[in-house]
Design a protein around this ligand. Structure first.
Ligand code: 4GX
Length: 245
């Protein structure tokens, strides 16, 4: 998977992409990340990338030409690369979106700064992604989140083959509680069932705790989770519903 990042702040990507898992994935050639400075595509002695908004208003807007020239330069050799704009107005990033993007060979991630980008940049983007309903200082952290979430779905990146398949969200439910040694810490004990060696009982307990946690914290996920009749019965115990109405 190739990621081309268009940004005014390529340094922001250095440390996160050199870190353990993503650094190894790059060394192994499982992902490739190219940092492209938007300023390199700006013209004039001052290489200006922003300007005042037509119609007035506070703040500055990123000019269309440098970003679009940068996109076209990258696309010249890779016409099939998908252009994604990082913006609070985009499709909320969820596991399903990450899975879909992980199937693609080449993404161009466009990171805006200031109050935003000229609307004509939107017109050349294939899609827009948001990581949540809050405002960041730029799209760089969003691009890093997108790269990180996609990379761990690529076979080999987590080392253990298929390691990403049984974690939270791949099942549509929150993760069950996990424990490691010691068996007791400050009087708080590891649940007996996890020490029992009874793998079926452990699986049942984990499923039940996943359902409980999802019901308590993220009930919005339950309708999409594809629950079995068995799962539904367990849920009914938490809700106190008789299941007859
Ligand atoms: N999830 N921001 C982008 C500037 C901007 C605005 C509009 C393009 C169009 C954000 C988020 C986010 C702040 C990144 C505004 N660029 N990005 N930036 N939430 O808040 O993705």
């Amino acid at each position: 998977m190739i990621f081309d990042i268009l940004t005014l702040f390529p340094e922001m990507f250095h440390s996160p992409l050199e870190g353990s898992i993503l650094g190894k994935a790059r060394d192994a050639g499982l992902i490739q990340v190219n940092l492209v400075n938007v300023r390199d595509y700006a013209e004039g002695r001052h290489r200006v990338t922003d300007d005042y908004p037509y119609g007035g208003g506070k703040g500055m807007i990123m000019k269309p030409e440098p970003i679009i020239r940068g996109i076209k330069a990258i696309q010249a050799g890779n016409p099939e690369a998908r252009v994604i704009l990082m913006t609070p107005q985009g499709t909320p990033l969820r596991h399903e979106v990450v899975k879909r993007l992980a199937q693609l060979a080449h993404l161009i991630l466009v990171c805006g700064r200031y109050e935003g980008v000229d609307e004509r940049v939107r017109d050349v983007a294939d899609e827009e992604i948001s990581i949540g309903d809050y405002v960041l200082t730029g799209g760089e952290l969003t691009a890093l989140v997108v790269i990180d979430a996609i990379a761990r779905l690529i076979p080999g990146v987590l080392g253990d083959e298929g390691a990403s398949e049984d974690d939270s969200f791949s099942q549509g439910l929150l993760e069950y509680p996990q424990y490691t040694r010691p068996r007791a810490f400050e009087g708080r004990k590891v649940p007996e069932v996890l020490l029992s060696g009874d793998h079926q009982a452990i699986e049942r307990w984990r499923k039940r705790e996943s359902l409980r946690r999802t019901w308590e914290r993220r009930p919005d996920l339950l309708s999409q989770a594809g629950l079995s009749d068995e799962d539904q019965k367990i849920l009914d115990e938490f809700t106190g519903s008789s299941g007859t109405d």
